[in-house]
Design a protein around this ligand. Structure first.
Ligand code: XMP
Length: 425
């Protein structure tokens, strides 16, 4: 490893991610670990130059107040606590962290994408050897950056599979094939699995159940594709750090299970390759840019693995799914025309499983509402809403109610994160 590192031990804080980000922004790599990590595990990583105990309100687990092992307090790596006055080690305020990192620990500001990529290429080559890797290439930012990183590390040993689960945005499967197969020359297998996914999801209304079905089915499709190929041992995934942090550490409550983490079936046959699992979203984009990916791919808005499945709320029906897809395409088209593409971090439509009374052609209508969500964020952990340009929203509304069958209303979600997550499910 080429970079120094600060370990954050989670003693129940709610801002572990923000602290890790703040330290990385100083140019020093930082990772979050559970409070019960052993000194031996910490010591096994010689890059660790300092330890911060990050205390906070979630410091009671199973009815007991948590602490780190005594051996950590007495080790030869500098240890400090934040918001956790402990007699066993010095305590610092947040604005003193910089002095701790550079002064006490003597870290060098050497965390940058070139070093990250060089480290990852070395680690990937070591992990994979001469074996083959199967990559779930959705075409989103994360999987595209994973593909670029793997192409750099192992070239032709990478096999990409694009699964159309029927929950992709309008025109997306076509675009993935064009960019990766035709322009980047990747080995790309296209799997049309639309009916298979939608049949499995029929009548399933619970969001966690939907995510788990999509995640599990995804892996099965890959396994089937892999069995048709020779000697695939690894499965690459675009898991990123917020997926891991939000899936619940020992002190965090589970916010929601991300399909990359919580939904893996027990009978998984592959070893995982997850080179982005320690990067926040904006760092993934910087990594893609450093790898030379085009801007429109790197700055494309994120799209969840379960796709439109988490935006067609409740039990998915094909007609409502089509309405989500069409309204989303209109929203994206009009945002692009208004110069908002690349300016607003993420925007999409969703349709709840309710109908309301309206009037169309002088007759009563009984149709769905489309809800527009448009948010800005740095790392997807918190978000603010895009303040609407009403002229643009008038046009979008007019087009959606005229062009999308089954829709008679358009609403705008005004909620920041927290309290709302970005997605509704
Ligand atoms: P939330 O809804 O948690 O979303 O505020 C934060 C960001 O993550 C995306 N997202 C997902 N991405 N698998 C993914 O790969 C998922 O299951 C998933 N759920 C949400 C979401 O679109 C937003 O950018």
């Amino acid at each position: 490893m080429k970079q120094d590192m600060i370990a954050i031990l989670d003693l129940g804080s709610e801002n572990n991610s923000a602290l890790a980000r703040a330290i990385r922004d100083m140019g020093v790599y930082s990772e979050i670990y559970p409070h019960d990590i052993t000194l031996a595990s910490l010591k096994s990583n010689p890059s660790i130059k300092g330890v911060i105990l990050n205390g906070g309100p979630n410091n009671v687990v199973d009815g007991k107040k948590i602490d780190v092992a005594d051996e950590i307090y007495s080790c030869d790596i500098p240890v400090v606590a934040i918001d956790h006055p402990a007699a066993k080690c010095p305590s610092v305020k947040e604005d003193e962290v910089k002095e701790f990192v550079f002064g006490t620990c003597g870290c060098e500001a050497n965390w940058n994408m070139e070093n990250f990529i060089a480290d990852q290429v070395e680690l990937l080559r070591k992990q994979i050897g001469d074996k083959k890797v199967l990559l779930a290439l959705s075409g989103g930012v994360d999987s595209s950056v994973v593909a670029a990183l793997l192409i750099k590390a192992i070239g032709k040993q990478l096999v990409c599979v694009h699964v159309n689960h029927g929950l992709l945005r309008k025109g997306e499967p076509e675009q993935v094939i064009k960019v990766f197969r035709e322009e980047l020359g990747a080995t790309l297998i296209y799997s049309d699995s639309v009916d298979r996914f939608l049949d499995k999801l029929a009548n399933v209304a619970d969001p966690e159940a939907k995510r788990k079905i999509i995640g599990a089915e995804f892996i099965r499709v890959f396994e089937e594709e892999a069995r048709k190929l020779d000697g695939i041992d690894f499965l690459a995934q675009g898991t990123i750090y917020p997926d891991i942090v939000e899936s619940g550490t020992k002190t965090n409550k589970i916010v929601k299970s991300h399909h990359n983490v919580g939904g893996l079936p027990d009978d998984l046959k592959f070893e995982l390759v997850e080179p982005l699992k320690y990067l926040f979203k904006d760092e993934v984009r910087a990594c893609g840019k450093a790898l030379g990916l085009p801007d429109d791919m790197v700055y494309r808005q994120p799209f969840p693995g379960p796709g439109l499945g988490v935006r067609c709320l409740g039990a998915i029906t094909r007609d409502r799914l089509e309405a989500v897809r069409e309204s989303d395409a209109i929203l994206r088209e009009e945002f692009a025309k208004a110069g908002l593409q690349g300016k607003v971090w993420q925007y999409f439509t969703l349709i709840p499983d309710i109908k309301s009374v309206g009037v169309r052609n002088n007759a009563r209508s009984w149709e769905w509402p489309v809800i527009i969500r448009a948010v800005n964020t740095i790392d997807a952990m918190t978000a603010t809403i895009e303040h609407p340009d009403w002229a643009v929203f008038d046009k979008i509304t007019k087009r959606i109610i005229e062009e999308v069958p089954g829709v008679n209303r358009v609403c705008y979600d005004m909620t920041p994160k927290p309290t709302g997550t970005i997605e509704w499910e």
